[in-house]
Design a protein around this ligand. Sequence first.
Ligand code: ASP
Length: 433
Amino acid sequence: MRLAVLGAAVYRYIRTALARHTTHTGSMNSRHSFYLLIFIIIGVIAGLIVGWYWGAAATGVAWLGKLFLNTLSMLVIPLLVSAVITGVTSLGDVRQLGRLSGITISYYLITVAIAVLIGLIMVNIIQPGVGVSTVGLAQPDELLIAAQEKGIGDILLSMVAPNLIAAAAETNLLPLILWSVAFGIALASIGDKGKPAARFFESLNEGMMLLVSWVMYFAPIGVFGLIAGMFGAAGSAQAFMEKIAAVGLHVVTVLSGLTIHFIILILIMLFVARQPISYFVGMLRAIVTAFATASSTATLPITIQCAKESNIDERARRFVLPLGSTVNMDGTALYEAAAAMFIAQAYNLQLDLGQQAIIFISATLAAIGAAGIPQAGLVTMIIVLQVVGLPVEGIGLLLAVDWFLDRFRTATNVWGDAVGAAVVHRYLQKHID
Ligand code: ASP
C-alpha cells in the first residue's frame, strides 16, 4: 500500500518536473517526454527480465538495440558539426569563445580530478585486489596493438586529422570539433558574407534536432534490445553473476566510487549551476541511453535534445556537450585509476604516493584520450599500466566484467557532460548576457 502511495508520488513529481522544465518549441512536449521516460524505464526492466531468463536466446532481440544504436550514430556527425558551428557563430562576439572555453575546460579538469581522487580513495579503503589470483593471465595482444596507436603524445596529434571526411567516417570527433570551432570563428569574422553559411548550419541543426526527437520515440524498444542482448551475450545474467563474484570487490569499488561521483555532480548541479533537481529528471533519458549503449558519442543526440528541453542556453549545449562527449569522461577516469590500483594490489605491488600521483595524471589523460565508444577505456587503460610499470596481463582480470562496468561509467560520463552544460549556462547568464 505504502509502495503504491510512494509510486504515485514519484509519478506525479516526475511529471510536474518535466512539465516545468520543458519547452514546446520544435521538440517533444512535456507529456511526451514524461511518457517516454516511463517507457524507457520499462524497456530497461523488460530487457533485464528477458536477458535474465532467456540467457543466450535473448540475443535474438539484440538487433532491435543495434538498429537504435545505428540510427543514433547516423545522426551524430551532421548534428555535431552544425551544433558546434552555430554554437560559435551565435556567441555574437568571438572573443567570448575564449572565456567560454576557459570555463568549460576548467569544469572538465576539476570534475575529472575529483573523479580520479574518489577512485583512488575507494580502492585504498576497500583494497579489492588483495588476495585475487593472477595465475594464468595472458598478454592482452589485441588491446596492446590498439593501445600502440594511442600513446599519450598521440592524443595531441589526434586533434588534427589530415582528412576531415575520413575523420567523419571513423567518428573521430575531436578533429571535427576543432575544425567546426575554427570554421565558426571564420564565419563570424567575415561579417555579412558569413551569414548565409551560418544560417545554413542553423537550419541543418534545427532539422537534425527534430530528427533526434523522432528517433527518441524508438528509445524504449532500442534500450530493451540493447539490454536483453547484452545479458544474452553474457550467457544469461546468472552466468554473469558468477563472473562478477570472481572480482566482486573490484565491482563494488568502482560502482560505489561512481555513485559518490554521481552525487557530487548532483551537488554541483544544485549549488554551482543552480538548476533544480528536475534538471536531473529531464536528463534521465540521456543517462539511461548511455547505460544501454555504453557510448557517450551515440548518446550525444539525446543529451543535446534533453538539454534543449531543459532550456539550457543553446551556446552552452552546442559547445559543451559535443566536446564533453569525447573529452570529458569522469566515469572512465575514475575507473582507470581504480582498476590500475586493483591490478597492483592483485600482483602484490605496493604503490607509494608518488606512483599514485602518476596514476592520477595518466588516468586523467587516458580518459581524455578515450573515444566515446564501448570499452574504449579498456584500451587506454594499457597506457596507464605502462606508464606506472604495472603488468599489462593484469587487464585479464577485468575483461569479463568490463562491458558491464562500462555502462555505469558511460552513464556517469554523460551526466558529467550534462552538468557541465548547466554550469556554463549559469556562467553565460551571469557574465555574458
Ligand atoms: N564507453 C565509454 C563512453 O563512451 C568510454 C569508456 O569508458 O570505455 O563514454
